[in-house]
Design a protein around this ligand. Sequence first.
Ligand SMILES: [Zn+2]
Length: 139
Amino acid sequence: MPALTPSRPSGRVPLSHNPGSTHTKPVSGKRRLMLQTKLTRQRAMLLANVHLSRLAEREAEAQSDPLDQATEGLEQELAIQTRIRALEQLHRIERALRLIRTQEYGRCRRCHREIPFKRLAVKPDTIYCVPCLTRLEEE
Ligand SMILES: [Zn+2]
């Protein structure tokens, strides 16, 4: 009859239990990886968009018809606005991708509290929590 394997209690207490520590990353493990993937994908999409809008603009310039120029002016204005916004977002995403390797990521720049993961999942490039962003927009 085989002896019972000694069932050692594997309940080792994890050392990471120090409440209120600012040394731990607010977002880590799978969640961080998921956000990182999302950011990388968004960056790739934005880069493609910016590139495409530039190509479209060049095309439009090449086929420029004097009769169309009035509407083209407006369209170009819009295209430029869109591209500026895309570049701004790209900038935020680059920053988030740099931050995600540090303890700073996922922490609000203004109040230094952890930004809820739900918010990060929707907007991984954010650096403010919702209450702070609302206040900043009101100022
Ligand atoms: Zn905040």
